[in-house]
Design a protein around this ligand. Sequence first.
Ligand code: HEM
Length: 225
Amino acid sequence: MLDTFFFTVLPYVMLSVFFGGTLFRAFRGRWVWSARGDFQWTTRSTGFFGRASIGPAALSLHWGIAILLVSHIVGFIGGAFGFVSWVAFFRWAGLLGGVLFLYGVLWAFLRRLLIRQLRAMSNADDYIALLLLLTIAGFGLYQAALTQIFGVSFPAGAWIASILRLQPNAELMAAVPLLNKLHIIFAQVFFIYFPFSKLVHISSFPFDYATRSFISVRTYWALKK
Ligand code: HEM
């Protein structure tokens, strides 16, 4: 019953809210090349404060998630079509991306807790996004590094294929370990939350850079000359 909800209904809710919500926020009222979004369409950059820790936080977090995205896709295709070496690639690349990502997210979280100016400018969205990502990565890494269960990509890949074919089959996920089910359920919650958060900045495309007028950025001293 619960499996039916989480692996048959929730995926379609997630896909509709994720794509529908993000497109709505990106182009509301004006259909332009670059997604400009509403007034909340910003990362609320924190780089002005605690400059020593923004490097490890932002670099590790973004490289980590890029590696995780690619390795998940390779793993799921491998799982769906029975390519063993693709699933093995996910195992090791996922571990590398996961450790890098966890390191960056922990830095990002600690920055917000320990740096006074960052504590003052942080809002609930900043913490919710980081906590959801920490939870998802925590489940994934716990499974990969501590319980050392691998090969869940085979049932998960087949299940994702069933969703995309519009013939959802939750039974494919029945024998998947609880840890991995929780990983996937929290990941779906994360993607449902995505359009309502600052994370929409991922959907910005710099097409307008080619045609818009220059923005001159100078140091204070250069301006004084
Ligand atoms: C709906 C989206 C997602 C699905 C369906 C999913 C599914 C999976 C599955 C099935 C595995 C185990 C692979 C195997 O045993 O062969 C896994 C591992 C993992 N996932 Fe995800 N995942 C999702 C999103 C995420 C996100 C957003 C993150 C990042 C925060 C993440 C981080 C990880 C990590 C670190 C591992 C361990 C990598 C390894 O096996 O070495 N996942 N995921």
